[in-house]
Design a protein around this ligand. Structure first.
Ligand code: C2E
Ligand code: MG
Ligand code: MG
Ligand code: MG
Length: 285
Protein backbone atom coordinates (compact mmCIF):
# COMPACT_ATOMS: atom_id res chain seq x y z
CA UNK A 1 0.00 0.00 0.00
CA UNK A 2 2.58 2.45 1.13
CA UNK A 3 4.67 1.53 -1.89
CA UNK A 4 1.83 2.13 -4.33
CA UNK A 5 1.09 5.42 -2.66
CA UNK A 6 4.73 6.42 -2.88
CA UNK A 7 4.75 5.56 -6.59
CA UNK A 8 1.68 7.67 -7.19
CA UNK A 9 3.31 10.55 -5.38
CA UNK A 10 6.44 10.27 -7.49
CA UNK A 11 4.27 10.19 -10.58
CA UNK A 12 2.40 13.28 -9.54
CA UNK A 13 5.68 14.99 -8.73
CA UNK A 14 7.04 14.15 -12.18
CA UNK A 15 3.91 15.54 -13.82
CA UNK A 16 4.29 18.79 -11.93
CA UNK A 17 7.95 18.91 -12.93
CA UNK A 18 7.06 18.29 -16.57
CA UNK A 19 4.44 21.00 -16.51
CA UNK A 20 6.94 23.43 -15.02
CA UNK A 21 9.61 22.44 -17.54
CA UNK A 22 7.17 22.81 -20.42
CA UNK A 23 6.00 26.16 -19.15
CA UNK A 24 9.62 27.27 -18.88
CA UNK A 25 10.39 26.15 -22.43
CA UNK A 26 7.38 28.01 -23.77
CA UNK A 27 8.49 31.12 -21.87
CA UNK A 28 11.99 30.93 -23.36
CA UNK A 29 10.63 30.40 -26.86
CA UNK A 30 8.26 33.35 -26.44
CA UNK A 31 11.10 35.52 -25.13
CA UNK A 32 13.19 34.70 -28.18
CA UNK A 33 10.33 35.83 -30.39
CA UNK A 34 9.76 38.91 -28.23
CA UNK A 35 13.25 40.22 -28.91
CA UNK A 36 12.70 40.09 -32.67
CA UNK A 37 9.07 41.11 -32.49
CA UNK A 38 9.60 44.33 -30.58
CA UNK A 39 7.42 43.23 -27.67
CA UNK A 40 9.51 44.91 -24.96
CA UNK A 41 8.81 48.33 -23.52
CA UNK A 42 10.37 50.51 -20.88
CA UNK A 43 8.26 52.02 -18.12
CA UNK A 44 9.57 55.10 -16.32
CA UNK A 45 9.26 55.82 -12.61
CA UNK A 46 10.50 59.15 -11.27
CA UNK A 47 12.81 59.62 -8.29
CA UNK A 48 12.09 62.81 -6.38
CA UNK A 49 14.49 64.68 -4.16
CA UNK A 50 13.03 65.92 -0.91
CA UNK A 51 13.19 69.42 -2.42
CA UNK A 52 10.56 68.27 -4.92
CA UNK A 53 13.03 68.17 -7.79
CA UNK A 54 12.85 65.16 -10.10
CA UNK A 55 16.47 64.39 -10.84
CA UNK A 56 16.24 60.81 -12.00
CA UNK A 57 13.92 58.20 -13.38
CA UNK A 58 14.20 54.43 -13.27
CA UNK A 59 13.56 52.50 -16.47
CA UNK A 60 11.66 49.29 -15.74
CA UNK A 61 11.29 46.53 -18.30
CA UNK A 62 7.85 45.46 -19.51
CA UNK A 63 6.91 42.73 -21.94
CA UNK A 64 3.74 43.11 -23.96
CA UNK A 65 2.95 39.47 -24.66
CA UNK A 66 0.58 39.16 -27.65
CA UNK A 67 -1.68 36.59 -25.92
CA UNK A 68 -0.96 36.88 -22.21
CA UNK A 69 -0.84 40.67 -21.98
CA UNK A 70 1.56 42.84 -20.01
CA UNK A 71 4.23 40.82 -18.18
CA UNK A 72 6.28 42.17 -15.27
CA UNK A 73 10.02 41.44 -15.01
CA UNK A 74 9.54 39.19 -11.98
CA UNK A 75 7.85 36.74 -14.32
CA UNK A 76 10.47 36.51 -17.04
CA UNK A 77 13.91 37.90 -16.08
CA UNK A 78 14.96 34.65 -14.42
CA UNK A 79 13.84 32.61 -17.46
CA UNK A 80 15.71 35.01 -19.72
CA UNK A 81 18.87 34.45 -17.69
CA UNK A 82 18.46 30.67 -17.64
CA UNK A 83 17.75 30.62 -21.37
CA UNK A 84 20.84 32.68 -22.17
CA UNK A 85 18.75 35.62 -23.43
CA UNK A 86 19.57 38.22 -20.81
CA UNK A 87 22.40 39.72 -22.82
CA UNK A 88 20.18 40.54 -25.78
CA UNK A 89 17.35 41.77 -23.60
CA UNK A 90 19.73 43.78 -21.45
CA UNK A 91 21.25 45.38 -24.53
CA UNK A 92 17.78 46.27 -25.75
CA UNK A 93 17.05 47.96 -22.42
CA UNK A 94 20.31 49.93 -22.50
CA UNK A 95 19.83 50.99 -26.10
CA UNK A 96 16.24 52.05 -25.42
CA UNK A 97 17.22 53.96 -22.28
CA UNK A 98 20.09 55.75 -24.00
CA UNK A 99 17.81 56.75 -26.90
CA UNK A 100 15.34 58.27 -24.43
CA UNK A 101 18.18 60.00 -22.60
CA UNK A 102 19.52 61.51 -25.83
CA UNK A 103 16.00 62.73 -26.65
CA UNK A 104 15.52 64.29 -23.22
CA UNK A 105 18.84 66.12 -23.43
CA UNK A 106 17.83 67.37 -26.87
CA UNK A 107 14.63 68.70 -25.34
CA UNK A 108 16.51 70.42 -22.51
CA UNK A 109 15.57 67.91 -19.80
CA UNK A 110 18.31 67.07 -17.30
CA UNK A 111 17.00 63.88 -15.65
CA UNK A 112 19.25 60.87 -15.25
CA UNK A 113 17.98 57.45 -16.29
CA UNK A 114 18.66 54.47 -14.04
CA UNK A 115 18.75 50.93 -15.43
CA UNK A 116 18.83 47.59 -13.60
CA UNK A 117 21.68 45.24 -14.40
CA UNK A 118 21.50 41.69 -13.06
CA UNK A 119 24.62 39.97 -11.70
CA UNK A 120 24.60 37.42 -14.53
CA UNK A 121 24.44 40.25 -17.07
CA UNK A 122 27.41 42.01 -15.58
CA UNK A 123 29.47 38.85 -15.31
CA UNK A 124 29.28 38.30 -19.08
CA UNK A 125 32.59 38.70 -20.87
CA UNK A 126 32.83 42.08 -22.56
CA UNK A 127 29.89 43.57 -20.68
CA UNK A 128 31.69 46.78 -19.72
CA UNK A 129 33.23 47.32 -23.15
CA UNK A 130 29.86 46.84 -24.79
CA UNK A 131 28.20 49.25 -22.41
CA UNK A 132 30.87 51.82 -23.14
CA UNK A 133 30.37 51.53 -26.89
CA UNK A 134 26.58 51.64 -26.56
CA UNK A 135 26.97 54.92 -24.67
CA UNK A 136 29.38 56.30 -27.26
CA UNK A 137 27.09 55.33 -30.18
CA UNK A 138 24.01 56.80 -28.53
CA UNK A 139 25.35 60.34 -28.36
CA UNK A 140 23.91 60.56 -24.83
CA UNK A 141 26.22 61.74 -22.05
CA UNK A 142 27.59 59.05 -19.70
CA UNK A 143 26.64 61.36 -16.80
CA UNK A 144 22.99 60.85 -17.68
CA UNK A 145 23.14 57.11 -17.08
CA UNK A 146 22.93 55.33 -13.76
CA UNK A 147 23.13 51.60 -13.27
CA UNK A 148 21.53 49.75 -10.39
CA UNK A 149 23.31 46.67 -9.10
CA UNK A 150 22.19 44.24 -6.44
CA UNK A 151 23.53 44.26 -2.91
CA UNK A 152 24.81 40.71 -3.42
CA UNK A 153 26.73 41.66 -6.55
CA UNK A 154 28.20 44.64 -4.74
CA UNK A 155 29.32 42.40 -1.88
CA UNK A 156 30.37 39.30 -3.80
CA UNK A 157 31.29 40.62 -7.24
CA UNK A 158 34.64 39.53 -8.65
CA UNK A 159 37.61 41.87 -8.79
CA UNK A 160 37.01 42.17 -12.54
CA UNK A 161 33.44 43.34 -11.97
CA UNK A 162 34.57 45.82 -9.31
CA UNK A 163 37.25 47.17 -11.62
CA UNK A 164 34.67 47.47 -14.40
CA UNK A 165 32.36 49.42 -12.12
CA UNK A 166 35.20 51.68 -11.03
CA UNK A 167 36.10 52.50 -14.66
CA UNK A 168 32.49 53.07 -15.57
CA UNK A 169 32.09 55.48 -12.69
CA UNK A 170 35.27 57.29 -13.74
CA UNK A 171 33.57 57.76 -17.14
CA UNK A 172 30.73 59.55 -15.36
CA UNK A 173 28.14 56.78 -15.10
CA UNK A 174 26.45 56.83 -11.69
CA UNK A 175 26.13 53.60 -9.73
CA UNK A 176 23.49 52.63 -7.19
CA UNK A 177 23.07 49.61 -4.96
CA UNK A 178 19.47 48.42 -5.34
CA UNK A 179 17.21 46.72 -2.79
CA UNK A 180 19.64 47.45 0.03
CA UNK A 181 18.68 45.64 3.21
CA UNK A 182 17.47 42.42 1.60
CA UNK A 183 20.85 40.68 1.26
CA UNK A 184 23.91 40.31 3.40
CA UNK A 185 26.17 43.31 3.50
CA UNK A 186 29.80 43.41 4.38
CA UNK A 187 30.10 46.90 5.78
CA UNK A 188 33.87 46.95 5.36
CA UNK A 189 33.36 46.32 1.67
CA UNK A 190 30.48 48.77 1.32
CA UNK A 191 32.74 51.65 2.28
CA UNK A 192 35.09 50.88 -0.61
CA UNK A 193 32.42 50.40 -3.26
CA UNK A 194 32.57 52.71 -6.29
CA UNK A 195 28.98 53.88 -5.88
CA UNK A 196 26.98 57.10 -5.66
CA UNK A 197 23.83 56.03 -3.88
CA UNK A 198 22.11 53.30 -2.00
CA UNK A 199 18.45 52.45 -2.57
CA UNK A 200 16.74 51.22 0.60
CA UNK A 201 14.45 48.30 -0.18
CA UNK A 202 10.76 48.86 0.26
CA UNK A 203 10.58 46.20 2.99
CA UNK A 204 12.63 48.59 5.16
CA UNK A 205 10.32 51.49 4.34
CA UNK A 206 6.96 49.73 4.69
CA UNK A 207 6.33 50.21 8.42
CA UNK A 208 8.15 53.46 9.17
CA UNK A 209 4.95 55.47 9.59
CA UNK A 210 3.65 53.09 12.28
CA UNK A 211 6.65 51.52 13.96
CA UNK A 212 9.31 53.28 16.01
CA UNK A 213 11.65 50.31 15.52
CA UNK A 214 11.27 50.49 11.75
CA UNK A 215 12.02 54.23 11.92
CA UNK A 216 15.11 53.64 14.06
CA UNK A 217 16.38 51.08 11.58
CA UNK A 218 15.91 53.33 8.55
CA UNK A 219 17.38 56.30 10.42
CA UNK A 220 20.48 54.24 11.20
CA UNK A 221 20.85 52.97 7.65
CA UNK A 222 20.52 56.49 6.23
CA UNK A 223 23.13 57.74 8.73
CA UNK A 224 25.46 54.91 7.70
CA UNK A 225 24.96 55.61 4.00
CA UNK A 226 25.60 59.33 4.52
CA UNK A 227 28.58 58.62 6.73
CA UNK A 228 30.19 56.70 3.90
CA UNK A 229 29.57 59.62 1.55
CA UNK A 230 26.70 58.16 -0.47
CA UNK A 231 23.14 59.33 -1.05
CA UNK A 232 20.13 57.45 0.32
CA UNK A 233 17.07 56.81 -1.84
CA UNK A 234 13.95 55.19 -0.37
CA UNK A 235 12.10 52.68 -2.55
CA UNK A 236 8.43 51.75 -2.44
CA UNK A 237 7.25 54.94 -0.76
CA UNK A 238 3.49 54.66 -0.94
CA UNK A 239 2.02 57.31 1.34
CA UNK A 240 2.46 60.73 2.86
CA UNK A 241 3.16 59.31 6.33
CA UNK A 242 6.24 57.49 5.05
CA UNK A 243 7.25 60.58 3.10
CA UNK A 244 7.11 62.77 6.23
CA UNK A 245 9.26 60.32 8.20
CA UNK A 246 11.84 60.11 5.40
CA UNK A 247 12.01 63.89 5.19
CA UNK A 248 12.58 64.14 8.96
CA UNK A 249 15.26 61.45 8.80
CA UNK A 250 17.09 63.28 6.03
CA UNK A 251 16.74 60.71 3.25
CA UNK A 252 17.85 62.33 -0.02
CA UNK A 253 15.25 61.09 -2.47
CA UNK A 254 12.16 58.91 -2.73
CA UNK A 255 10.69 56.63 -5.35
CA UNK A 256 7.30 54.96 -5.15
CA UNK A 257 3.60 55.17 -5.80
CA UNK A 258 3.32 58.25 -3.53
CA UNK A 259 5.32 60.16 -6.16
CA UNK A 260 4.20 58.32 -9.30
CA UNK A 261 3.72 54.83 -10.68
CA UNK A 262 5.87 53.60 -13.54
CA UNK A 263 4.52 55.14 -16.79
CA UNK A 264 5.22 54.95 -20.48
CA UNK A 265 7.51 57.64 -21.81
CA UNK A 266 4.78 59.95 -23.11
CA UNK A 267 2.96 59.82 -19.78
CA UNK A 268 6.19 60.46 -17.88
CA UNK A 269 7.01 63.50 -19.99
CA UNK A 270 3.47 64.85 -19.55
CA UNK A 271 3.71 64.24 -15.79
CA UNK A 272 7.01 66.10 -15.66
CA UNK A 273 5.66 69.02 -17.66
CA UNK A 274 2.61 69.17 -15.37
CA UNK A 275 4.81 69.44 -12.31
CA UNK A 276 6.78 72.33 -13.66
CA UNK A 277 3.49 74.15 -13.99
CA UNK A 278 2.70 73.42 -10.37
CA UNK A 279 2.18 69.68 -10.06
CA UNK A 280 0.86 67.84 -7.01
CA UNK A 281 4.15 67.61 -5.13
CA UNK A 282 5.21 71.19 -5.76
CA UNK A 283 4.07 72.23 -2.32
CA UNK A 284 6.44 69.75 -0.74
CA UNK A 285 9.58 71.56 -1.86
P1 C2E B 1 13.55 47.19 -8.59
O1 C2E B 1 14.69 47.61 -9.42
O2 C2E B 1 13.73 47.23 -7.12
O3 C2E B 1 12.35 48.12 -9.06
C1 C2E B 1 11.34 48.58 -8.21
C2 C2E B 1 10.10 47.73 -8.31
O4 C2E B 1 9.15 48.18 -7.35
C3 C2E B 1 9.39 47.85 -9.66
O5 C2E B 1 8.76 46.60 -9.93
C4 C2E B 1 8.35 48.93 -9.38
O6 C2E B 1 7.24 48.89 -10.26
C5 C2E B 1 7.96 48.58 -7.98
N1 C2E B 1 7.46 49.74 -7.23
C6 C2E B 1 7.73 51.04 -7.44
N2 C2E B 1 7.12 51.82 -6.51
C7 C2E B 1 6.45 50.99 -5.70
C8 C2E B 1 5.62 51.20 -4.55
O7 C2E B 1 5.39 52.31 -4.07
N3 C2E B 1 5.11 50.08 -3.96
C9 C2E B 1 5.34 48.81 -4.45
N4 C2E B 1 4.78 47.79 -3.83
N5 C2E B 1 6.12 48.60 -5.53
C10 C2E B 1 6.67 49.66 -6.14
P2 C2E B 1 8.87 45.90 -11.36
O8 C2E B 1 8.81 46.92 -12.43
O9 C2E B 1 7.92 44.77 -11.36
O10 C2E B 1 10.34 45.33 -11.36
C11 C2E B 1 10.74 44.30 -10.47
C12 C2E B 1 12.23 44.07 -10.51
O11 C2E B 1 12.63 43.55 -11.77
C13 C2E B 1 13.04 45.34 -10.35
O12 C2E B 1 13.11 45.68 -8.99
C14 C2E B 1 14.36 44.92 -10.94
O13 C2E B 1 15.13 44.22 -10.00
C15 C2E B 1 13.94 43.95 -12.04
N6 C2E B 1 14.02 44.64 -13.35
C16 C2E B 1 13.19 45.57 -13.87
N7 C2E B 1 13.60 45.98 -15.10
C17 C2E B 1 14.76 45.30 -15.34
C18 C2E B 1 15.70 45.28 -16.43
O14 C2E B 1 15.58 46.02 -17.42
N8 C2E B 1 16.76 44.43 -16.32
C19 C2E B 1 16.95 43.64 -15.22
N9 C2E B 1 18.02 42.84 -15.19
N10 C2E B 1 16.09 43.64 -14.19
C20 C2E B 1 15.02 44.45 -14.24
MG1 MG C 1 15.98 49.01 -9.49
MG1 MG D 1 14.90 48.16 -5.96
MG1 MG E 1 13.04 46.26 -4.82
Amino acid sequence: HAKAQGRRQVQRFNMVLNDAAEERLRLERDLRRAIEGGEFELAFQPQMRMSGEVVAVEGLLRWRHPEDGLQMPGRFIQAAEDGGLIREIGDWVLDRALKSLAGWRGAGLGQRIAINISPRQMAQPGFFDRLRSLIAESGAPAEGLEIEITETLAMQGSDAVLAGLRDLRADGVAIAIDDFGTGYSNLARLKDMPIDRVKLDRTLIRDIADSADARTLVHSVVALVHGLGFQAVAEGVENQGQMDVLRAIGCDAVQGYAVARPMDEAAFLAWLAGRRDGGPFRAMA
